[in-house]
Design a protein around this ligand. Sequence first.
Ligand SMILES: [Zn+2]
Length: 742
Amino acid sequence: MRAPIVLPALFTILACARAVPAPGDATPPGGAAPGAANREGAAAVDRLAEAMRERIAREAPGEVAVALVDLETGRRIGIGDDVSMHAASTMKVPVLVELFRQAAEGRYSLDDSVVVRNEFTSIADGSRYSLSPEDDSETGLYGMIGSKTTVRELARRMIVRSSNLATNILIERVSAESVRRTMAKLGAEDMRVLRGVEDTPAFRRGMNNTTTAGAFARVLEAIARCETGVAAGTPAASLGLSRTQCRELSDILAGQEFTEMIPAGVPAGVRVANKTGWITGIQHDGAIIYPPGRAPYVLVVLTRGIEDRAAAAKVASNLSRMAWEALVGAPARVAGLPSTDELLDLHRRHRVGAITEREFTHETYWSTVGPVIDGASTLSREEVGRSVEGRPLYLVRYGTGPTRVLLWSQMHGDESTATMALADLFRFLAESPDHPLARRIAERLTVLFVPMLNPDGAERFQRRNAYGIDINRDARALVTPEARTLKAIRDRYHPEFGFNLHDQNVRTRVATSDRTAAIALLAPPFDEARSDNAVRTRAKQVAAVIRQAVEPLVAGHIAKYDDSFNPRAFGDLMQQWGTSTVLIESGGWKDDPEKQYLRAANFVAILTALDAIATGAYASADPSAYEGLPYNGRPVNDLLIRGATIALPGLAPYRADIAVDFAEPLERTGGRIVDVGDLAEAAARDTLDLTGLFLHPTGPADRLVGAPASFTIRRGADPASEEVGMIDAGIVRRRTAAAPDR
Ligand SMILES: [Zn+2]
């Protein structure tokens, strides 16, 4: 439902956490006898429950309910897990279970054809109603109204893109009453499915689907026990499904496209089968997590009264990461680092408000930041060189300590995220010289900053300098004055530590996941063999510190940059010259076109790293916390248009997928066609499913690839057939995939 829900301002935790052993038995179903190990496991779960409860109290601006079931040990955690909330789209999981159950009974086959229709009966007053694509997170099915698809395909769309239309068609097939009966058999009667989606008369009468965290967890537990055979005796027996059928069911959940809550707290590459549910003021997620080499665990996080979606997602991903680390293990954490929350707060207070967009000139930057530095007794600024076009390159100094640290940013002119963060850092150091962090750094380090090493590139907002040379490929030849300036600073100070601050392709994903690589780290190699020595190991430890610092901000979105040796690049050669160097790349973050969120993350990363070097805390970091990061994956296209039939004038219509990239991926402008054909294996930041519809190019039709991605979407191949929408340079008009109820 999309209707606004008025919520009382509840900022309370629902109930005290309790960790309970497996039902009715001190012996976990994993088989371990009661004993020391078992008691230890119980204590670990107690500690996790306590830590979760504290975390919720500290950072959740609303109600949070949690249910966790570890199939490995049978242990459970419940935090407010019996409080009933609006189920939102989590109710699609019970529908999926019932759909599979009835198919297993032989009532129908999942491969049966169904006519897609959009007319439903309200359970409140028997009136007829329809759904509208504007209120659905899956729009492709609307183009198929009147034609046929399979039960299986409807089930998939109901789950992976939370299609409301598919849900309503399927719930009429299986009946809400049958869903409730099956839930009762699973001991999950508190997951109450009364009706389909967008039944406004029912909503007005308060006839809503509801769930508790505990009941949702029991449904997922039944699926997980059934498919893995772990203690499958009790609840899963009620499912009446084979292991293969349960695996097929969980495969649909594992194809989930909404992964910003629980999956974001799980390392990339680990299988997660989840279903979210979002309506105004409600954001839920429930997941089965399959760590390699052990039985899965189930985690459900329900939230109510957190208006900011990103905040709710963060609560869920943090709880998910805590569960992973407690149950599966994680690299040892470095002690003695400043808290990320505290640093974020510092950033809020010292952010340079005059810079709000990522494109700015040398003149703008230094007229804003220069006076901050020049007016501070603890900071100094020196002109150390000039760019090709004569713009001054400044070296900013802070601190008088024995350890020298060199940071340079924006050697690629259009990569400004860290330059913004450095402005904020200067303001913090200038305005709060007595802050313990600022003092520690001043006493123990000499920090050397070169912000915006490529001002001529920044002027044009392009990667290369005015010679057309990539300064980061000029560390060996030193043809550019900018590269020579950086090398001269390195030779003058012989810094022990270095930070090479960049932005990377916003289309880059973490490994093969569908998550953007918001931050990528690299301790560059100093030789072809990618050997380790003391210099590089120190860099890896600093990278591990940075990972820990930014994990609460970009959990699941941190990658390792390609570590093949490049003999022309500054990071690699700095490492070779004896400076422990870390590359920080800022990539893409959802709804952050000006990179202001990643600017804050850079501030946190840089300040934490400087402090860890000042205190020596970095030396206790485990390099494997860096080494274990997944690599940057392949950049994906900005948009994939799937399933449409292309109608070019004078040619017979043909079926083909279309890949689109924007000239400006952050602003989403200038979308052009980059590929046409069978793109079933391709991934994209956004997917538009136009199965059953026809694309009529609006531009010259003599070539498609390279042309603007502009089409009229029609119901037929005939240019006079009904128009249902259009795509204008990659932007979809009138059929936007807004997602109010998933
Ligand atoms: Zn770069």
